[in-house]
Structure formats: C-alpha cells, structure tokens
Design a protein around this ligand. Structure first.
Ligand code: NAG
Length: 127
C-alpha cells in the first residue's frame, strides 16, 4: 500500500497543488494592484525654430518632465519604458505623432524624478 510509486504520486500531487496555489495567489496579487502614476510636462523654452531646405519645420524645445511612477512597480515589474510624444493635428494629417523623448526606468528608486531636458529626438513637422 505504501509502495514507492504510491508515495511518489502523493508527493507529486502535493507539489503540483502547492504550485497551482502559489501561481493563483501571485496572479491575484498582481491584479489587485491599482497603480496611480502621475506625470506633468511643461515646455520651458522654445530654443529655436527653423525651416529646413525641403520646407519641413523643425523645433527644439526645453522640457520639464516630472513624474511619479513608483506605484507601477510590483514584484512582477522588471522595468518601465516611458516616452513623451507630441500629438497634433494639421490640415494634411488628422493625427501627427512625434516621439520627443524616452527613457528606461530600471527600478522603483528611479521612478520618481524631475528632469530638465531638450527633446532627445528631432521634432520635425512634414510640409
Ligand atoms: C518642473 O516642474 C516641477 C513640477 O511641476 C516643478 O516643481 C519644478 O520647479 C519645475 N522645474 C523647472 C526648472 O521649472
């Protein structure tokens, strides 16, 4: 009755049950987290504005980016990729989206910051 096979089966069943329980608890704990990230972006200065030879307009901005993203970090967060995109409408395009700046937040301790920077990627509007 208490053969090797029987004991191995009981042990495996117990191990799988505990594993399933831990997976369920882990999954639930992540879903119960309600993050409340906040961010403010302010244009502090328009450094220059110029027309390119082909007619496109290019602008350089100084931005003040302030964010508190700490609540996004849980046991299940490896890192955050964040970006700032300018979205605007022109007669030619109903929606223009230009990526201006991005960053990778590797840990919770870096998730609350205020950065004073110019746009990392060129902000060019199509003619
Ligand atoms: C950037 O914005 C934050 C929050 O709005 C403010 O506290 C800080 O003084 C600003 N920095 C500059 C250089 O304007």
């Amino acid at each position: 009755m208490h053969s090797f096979g029987y004991r191995a089966n009981a042990l495996l069943t117990f191990a799988v049950t505990i594993l399933a329980l831990m997976c369920t608890i882990g999954s639930l704990s992540d879903n119960l987290n309600t993050p409340s990230p906040s961010a403010q972006i302010e244009i502090l200065n328009i450094n220059w504005f110029q027309k390119q030879p082909h007619g496109n307009d290019e602008v350089s901005l100084t931005l003040n980016i302030t964010a508190d993203l700490q609540s996004l970090f849980t046991w299940n967060t490896k890192q955050l990729f964040i970006f700032v995109a300018a979205e605007y409408e022109t007669p030619k395009n109903a929606l223009n989206q230009v990526s201006l700046w991005d960053a990778i937040i590797p840990a919770k301790e870096f998730a609350k910051f205020s950065i004073h920077t110019s746009n990392k990627y060129r902000f060019i509007d199509q003619v």
